[in-house]
Design a protein around this ligand. Sequence first.
Ligand code: URA
Length: 288
Amino acid sequence: MSRRAQFLEVLGIPTEWVPRERKDDPAEAVPEMAAVHAALPVVEAPVAETAVVAAALADPVETVSAPVAPPVARAPVAPSLVPASPEPGSAQTDREAGIAAMEWPALDAAVAGCTACGLCQTRTNTVFGVGDRQAEWMLVGEAPGENEDLQGEPFVGQAGKLLDNMLGALGLARGRNVFIANVLKCRPPGNRNPEPEEVAQCEPFLRRQIALLKPKVIVVLGRFAAQSLLRTTTPIGKLRGTVHTYEGIPVVVTYHPAYLLRTLTDKARAWEDLCLAREVHDRAGAGT
Ligand code: URA
């Protein structure tokens, strides 16, 4: 059985299931991709962000005949998601510099004791992240939910089970060559959307985790995490299919597992995204 078939099976899609709209003209195959083709500016993105895409789709067996978004120009900055840069010399600048110098144990402790935003008042546990601190793969989600807040570990609910299955289909496992983290380390009450100020206070932790880990590839799960990390308002359908970069590290965007639980038709697209991520990883000269 091909890896794609395995993946679709663990996601609960019969192997013979073929998205009807993908049989014909690729430009029409995926509605949001058609919109990308129509709306794309002529400006090309920097080579570093895009060169890998063509190569990533070279393997017709393991990659899918999905339409891949052509290079996108740097998307407009999202005022609602992008933390404002702190004033030079301000307390926030000092805090960020301190975090940027931390090793894993200090970073772990700083997250556990963080009171930088109001979420510290409602959390049960901080959720630092879990996994292999030498991992070549990093997955980044949005924020802890109820189960994660109770257990102090990311993606432990239903969405987490699906995520584990997705990792398994790639030959990966939680804790083995994968590190999983979130943009926010504390649960927003009632799972509301994170506030820009909360992102601003928490982002230095994620940035330091990425700097310490130096993964070969970052897979960003869902719209919120993608827009926060890439500092853009571009919809997720347009962010998929292109290799972005964060601090020089390749970033592949895919759907959030909680969304995939509700949306059967996009599960096959998630497989395409993971194939792209695997190609990016493999081409970075990594071992797994
Ligand atoms: N959703 C996320 O984005 N992260 C988690 O840890 C759990 C659910």
